[in-house]
Design a binder for this molecule. Sequence first.
Ligand SMILES: Nc1nc(=O)c(N)c(NC[C@H](O)[C@H](O)[C@H](O)COP(=O)(O)O)[nH]1
Ligand SMILES: [Zn+2]
Length: 196
Amino acid sequence: TQSPHATYMQKCLSLAEQSPPRPTNFRVGAILLSRKDNDPTGSADQILSTGYTMELAGNTHAEQCCFANFAAVHGVPDDQVGSVLPAEPGRKLIMYVTMEPCGKRLSGNAPCVQRITRTRESGRPGIQKVYFGVKEPGTFVGESEGCRMLTDAGIEWEHVGGFEREILTVATAGHEHSEAEVRAALGEGEKGKAKE
Ligand SMILES: Nc1nc(=O)c(N)c(NC[C@H](O)[C@H](O)[C@H](O)COP(=O)(O)O)[nH]1
Ligand SMILES: [Zn+2]
């Protein structure tokens, strides 16, 4: 059975390409969906929302826009999105995102891992699993904390391989040394050469 992860990662990449390039963040795309239990091909998936970096006004992240878009459709403020996300038995909420959700932001705005964990408040199941295409490169915050924080919050995560170079190229398009950053993140920097 063909897993749906690659298809969704490519959809997230298309979303990320709509993000305006900036030197101060990464261009990322995110999809929120509801998946029926024991449906490995995602044949019964229901897409609930999508988002990309700076889709909404201000210094907004893809995951943040994904939640904000859903909250807007349901007439609640962003920080109450958990109260309107579906909580159906036999289905799970899943997020696909091109880059590991941030655990820390230089701007000091609420990190996306916090926004994801908050969907599990007041007894609602919220987001159960996050699939991402690359770990966050060290450009802004050094060693990324997102995965560890998701695990600490009891949220599963999984890396979907195969799109690293494309994801990083799109993510860093607004950066002055994008190519070097991509090579470094892929481990093709000085260290990489030594291995050859
Ligand atoms: N997963 C993820 N989705 C995004 O949409 C996005 N822009 C980032 N980027 C992570 C990076 O760590 C922060 O962009 C910098 O730390 C700057 O912080 P601000 O974005 O200004 O709050 N990460
Ligand atoms: Zn974020």
